[in-house]
Design a binder for this molecule. Structure first.
Ligand SMILES: Nc1nc2c(ncn2[C@@H]2O[C@H](COP(=O)(O)OP(=O)(O)OP(=O)(O)O)[C@@H](O)[C@H]2O)c(=O)[nH]1
Ligand SMILES: [Mg+2]
Length: 662
């Protein structure tokens, strides 16, 4: 029997996706855990701990799972912890909106014979929808406490908190709710001979991969005997469980009439107008990002520019190199980071809004079929569109995607989308060389990006199969709401903060390293004057790498100055133009004129194609590697480069051909 030896209690919190687990754990512990209004927010186990009256409670917030046998890797994490983990009690967080799924998971958990509580969450929404529960009846038949909760408002949490402290008094519940009939004798054989829980026995028999390591000869014999009698045990078990769930729902859940789909949802689900509405909203989002961010960024740059930093440093610091380190290294890095923040914040705000309002499923639902055909995960499009504002928060936000496979795939695709900074470069080239074809630059980069996205998704898909399945097609619609004030702000803050804290420090470090590489070369220290002198700059490490890129681009008429400044684009796309101005020895205002006299029309088209996605900037690189890992990020970056180069060559010869033909 369970006994409380020391004063530490380990609790795991499990439940179907999007039921409010993280909100509940946050409410109990006071810690902030990322939450979102759609399934799949917690993709690894979050652990928090708190102390009450000398008792330490360690709480594990599991990813959402529908059963103990999992298709998606995140679900498997939860299932494994439930089946094999070491803990004292389980809190199952159910969604009162989906009684079937909640009970389907719960009856499996009860078979584990561990102290269990059911938190029936989202009670507020269930009541609005007319779903009611016979709580007393449920408690009796389940044999455990059922606590109605509204986790966002903290309702019901105090009861749970108190119960957890007396974990040894929590009931184990009715492990035999499901009658497996012909399978029972095999279950008993496993339970009695190997001293395992009924739940584990059923999972072993139905071939749950998580239990594979536990199987010895004795167990294998029992499985084989069972298979002779029931060939497809997995199906059989599922069927028996659903039968029980239906009985329970019929008896204890009262759904008033038919739940009406809201007016708006009817529009989204309409086969004709749904896709149109979705595309309109997507367009509006992209527009908002572009329009709202630009003045913000301008304002900030002006503000930063008006700070007397350089005159202060020049006044107080005598040493040449130290002065340059402070100005061109540290301050430049800091200013770069600050310049990024409006983008990150703006995009974070929009993403959080779309996620938390429940719009995300509605927008992707109608166009899901089209997206799948070209290999984009159903929810991926939102992040790809957001990425056209700034890649970084878009990649950070993919964390919230339900399946690891979809998440990795989307994070790999985003860097192919031209962000605002890349657009500035593209527009300048276009305005200088092909002003009569300005319309082209609105379409061309996206067309090119789409090719990139489709190619990467189809290449990566093959490699990513081992990560598990994508999200199944039919997904339930989460409720449409105005995002709850506090958790929404927390989330926007989280996305922005995540960037500043994790990527920010690295960005500054990298810019300082780049600074070092641009004032030193094989011949030793060249000095800060290299930053202002193209001839000297060519002898620095950075200049050498820049020139190394030039043979790749010179066959299509791109001068070395342009290639060299594109190398700077790895750090930060905004500096490409200032470097270019430096290399041509002109003011930034005169740049268009300089470019015009050095670059022909076909080369300009090639350049636009190349700049569209030849590389992510360093901040994107860092963010990407945090989601998909360093190895995949490097491979993706190399692929991006090769693809950009190939398409640039194709574009060059196409344009050349057209120029000649006309
Ligand atoms: N109306 C209402 N909303 C809730 C309640 N509990 C949580 N939410 C909201 O539901 C959404 C999902 O909550 P999460 O805590 O992220 O759910 P989760 O179970 O951790 O989700 P996954 O980790 O993705 O499985 C968030 O937008 C919450 O603010 C509730 O009782 N009522
Ligand atoms: Mg969660």
């Amino acid at each position: 029997m369970y006994s409380l030896r020391n004063k530490t209690i380990k609790v795991i919190v499990a439940g179907v996706p999007n039921s409010g687990k993280s909100t509940l754990v946050g409410g109990l512990s006071g810690a902030f855990i990322r939450t979102a209004n759609y399934p799949g927010t917690t993709v690894s186990i979050n652990e928090v701990s708190y102390s009450v009256k000398g008792t330490r409670v360690i709480m594990k917030d599991l990813p959402g799972t529908y059963s103990l046998k999992a298709d998606m890797i995140d679900e498997a994490v939860a299932a494994k912890e439930l089946l094999l983990g070491d803990y004292d009690a389980i809190i199952v967080v159910g969604s009162a909106l989906s009684p079937e799924q909640t009970l389907y998971l719960l009856i499996q958990v009860l078979e584990l014979s561990k102290p269990t509580i059911l938190a029936l969450n989202m009670m507020d929404l269930a009541m609005k929808k007319g779903i009611r529960y016979d709580i007393d009846g449920l408690e009796k038949v389940l044999g455990i406490h059922v606590i109605p909760t509204v986790a966002v408002k903290g309702y019901g949490l105090r009861d749970i908190k108190n119960m957890v402290l007396k974990a040894h008094e929590i009931e184990l519940g009715n492990a035999k709710l499901v009658n497996y009939d012909r399978l029972e004798k095999y279950i008993d054989a496993l339970v009695n001979n190997f001293k395992i829980s009924r739940g584990l026995a059923v999972e072993i028999l139905s071939g749950n991969p998580i239990t594979r390591d536990l199987i010895n000869d004795g167990i294998r014999q029992i499985i084989e005997n069972a298979r002779k009698e029931i060939p497809n045990i997995d199906n059989y078990v599922t069927e028996m469980r659903w039968k029980t769930v239906k009985l329970l729902v019929n008896k204890f859940v009262i759904k008033s009439a038919k739940v009406a789909i809201s007016k708006y949802d009817e529009l989204f689900l309409n086969p004709k107008y749904g896709p149109l509405l979705s595309l309109l909203i997507l367009f509006a989002i992209a527009e908002t990002i572009f329009l709202a961010l630009e003045p913000l960024v301008d304002l900030l740059s002006t503000a930063l520019g008006s700070l007397p930093v350089s005159s202060l440093v020049e006044y107080y610091v005598g040493n040449d190199i130290l002065r340059s380190l402070l100005l061109d290294g540290v301050w430049n890095g800091l200013a770069t980071l600050i310049d990024f923040i409006p983008y990150v914040f703006g995009v974070a705000f929009l993403i959080a809004f779309i996620e938390d309002s429940g719009l995300i499923t509605r927008i992707s639902f109608p166009i899901e079929r089209w997206l799948r055909r070209i290999g984009i995960p159903s929810r991926g499009l939102i992040y790809l569109i957001a990425g056209s504002g700034c890649n970084i928060p878009a990649i950070t936000a993919t964390r919230a995607m339900p399946s690891t496979r979809d998440r990795v795939l989307t994070a790999l695709m985003i860097p192919y989308i031209p962000c605002t900074a890349r657009f500035v470069i593209i527009s300048l080239i276009a305005a200088a060389v092909i002003p009569h074809l300005m319309g082209l630059i609105v379409v061309l980069p996206y067309a090119v990006a789409l090719i990139g996205v489709i190619m990467i998704s189809n290449t990566a898909k093959i490699r990513l199969r081992f990560i598990g399945k994508g999200v199944p097609y039919a997904y339930e619609l989460p409720p449409l709401t105005i995002p709850l004030y506090k958790s929404f702000i927390k989330k926007v803050w989280y996305y922005t903060y995540e960037f500043i804290l994790r990527a920010g420090v690295l960005i500054i470090v990298f810019i300082i390293v780049m600074w070092l590489l641009s004032i030193t070369g094989p011949s030793g220290i060249i000095g800060p004057s290299a930053l202002k002198n193209p001839v000297l700059l060519k002898r620095t490490w950075l200049g050498i790498v820049g020139s190394a890129m030039s043979p790749l681009l010179s066959p299509i008429g791109i001068p070395w100055q342009v290639s060299a400044s594109l190398v700077y684009g790895y750090i930060f796309k905004e500096v490409v133009l200032s470097t270019l101005a430096l290399l041509y020895g002109v003011e930034e205002g005169g740049l268009a004129y300089a470019i015009k006299s050095f670059i022909t029309l076909p080369s300009a088209v090639a350049l636009i194609v190349f700049v569209t996605f030849y590389s992510p900037c360093i901040a994107t690189f860092i963010t990407e590697s945090r989601i998909v890992g360093v190895k995949l990020t490097i491979i993706n970056t190399i692929l991006q480069f090769i693809l950009a180069l190939t398409l640039a060559y194709i574009a060059y010869y196409l344009a050349l051909f057209m120029v000649i033909a006309l």
